[in-house]
Ligand binder design. Structure first.
Ligand code: MG
Length: 387
């Protein structure tokens, strides 16, 4: 008999940062008493610190597995779901059954509207921790455990140019190109001179060979999105991301049917059901699973669906200390992702808080050596952890 789970705990990580995620605050953006602010460009709430939720799973043989999920807004909700509701249902289970456990926990709440959102994030953090635990008990890397890593490095695309002016953003983009990166995505809402002007300026500054992408942050209806995509098309973007609101599946269908540029979606999906709804209705060019939302089990399910629908797999990356990102790299190595998002303003500074061989250099992520996903928190992280 293999080891069973004896304890599952969740913790909030909150790392201070000088410049907020996605760049400096605009003149009309203010931080509230709880440390949150809304980006006017995409009407989305962000914290002023780097927050995520860690999940620690302990087995009966003493092995520890680590998971991590979103903690961007009110991480206490995810911690409560794990500690108060989900953890007792995992005790005495076999961590090798991680995918089954994900399904069991999903089934418990599916009819109550808890099929995604914070509940999905809680399941994702648990799933990553259990998969890591199973791998560590077996002493294999996560990509081996998932069927075999095809590669040990994955192309990284630079995500976001968090500077206040277009000139500063062009300088930052040139800096990355000079350092070996070949793909850059900018945030539409942060393009202070306009989304098309930003693309035109980047293409002119960086040359014909660089891959450029624009994230539209779900801001447009189908008609406006298509008009914009057609204006961007002459600058040959590799893909255009998130044109319509997540719930506007009809709009997504319209845009993907007529767009001359591949459309990328999927960063907010928690599971295969959400993916299937879009695959069944739209011609998706690029799928961007976020393992901090999906966990390993659903990341693999979505990635396989992407393969079946001939969509490229280009995973999303968000705020974290590197644990879910490492799991995402292993899963991507197993599934053959084309590129992986590189949140340079988060990734490099937070590597200081974990032990790992993972790094991102000269245009490539290096998949960390195992066992498991290959990332363990360092003692330096402990001062930023709270229950
Ligand atoms: Mg995005």
């Amino acid at each position: 008999m293999t080891a069973t789970v004896t304890q599952v705990e969740a913790f909030i990580v909150s790392l201070p940062r000088d410049v907020p995620y996605l760049g400096p605050l605009a003149a009309d953006e203010t931080v509230n008493t709880k440390g949150y602010f809304v980006r006017k460009g995409n009407r989305t709430v962000y914290p002023t610190t780097d927050m995520s939720v860690l999940v620690k799973a302990t087995a009966s043989d003493g092995t520890i597995g680590w998971g991590e999920t979103y903690g961007i807004a009110a991480p206490q909700a995810v911690v409560a779901l794990i500690d108060e509701l989900l953890a007792p249902f995992i005790i005495d289970r076999d961590p090798y059954e991680a995918a089954t456990i994900w399904q069991d926990l999903y089934d418990m709440q599916r009819v109550r509207g808890a099929s995604g959102g914070y509940y999905g994030d809680a399941l994702a953090g648990i799933d990553i921790a259990l998969c890591d635990l199973a791998c560590r008990i077996a002493d294999v890397s996560m990509s081996q455990w998932l069927g075999g890593g095809r590669v040990d490095r994955i192309p990284a695309y630079v995500s976001g140019l968090p500077k206040a002016t277009l000139d500063e953003r062009l300088d930052l983009a040139r800096h990355f190109i000079d350092n070996g990166y070949t793909a850059i995505k900018y945030a539409g809402p942060s393009a202070s001179d306009g989304i098309v002007t930003e693309m035109r300026a980047l293409r002119a500054a960086l040359g014909a060979e660089v891959d450029l992408m624009a994230d539209l942050h779900w801001r447009f209806n189908a008609k406006a999105a298509l008009a914009l995509v057609r204006e961007l098309a002459p600058y040959r973007p590799r893909f255009i991301e998130a044109p319509c609101a997540p719930e506007d599946i009809g709009g997504l269908a319209e845009v993907t049917a007529a767009s001359p540029v591949p459309i990328a979606v999927g960063e907010e999906w928690r599971n295969l059901y959400e993916a299937k709804l879009r695959f069944d209705n739209a011609r998706i060019g690029v799928v961007q699973p976020e393992i901090a939302h999906t966990g390993v089990s659903q990341f693999m399910a979505i990635a396989r669906a992407a393969r079946a629908h001939r969509a490229a797999i280009v995973p999303h990356a968000t705020i974290g200390v590197g644990i879910f990102l490492a799991a995402g790299l292993h899963a991507s190595a197993a599934m053959g992702a084309s590129m992986y998002e590189y949140q340079h303003s988060v990734f490099d500074r937070n590597l200081h808080f974990v032990n790992t061989t993972m790094c991102c250099e000269a245009g490539y992520y290096h998949v960390p050596a195992g066992p498991g996903h290959g990332v363990v928190p360092r003692v330096e992280l402990m001062q930023f952890i709270r229950r």
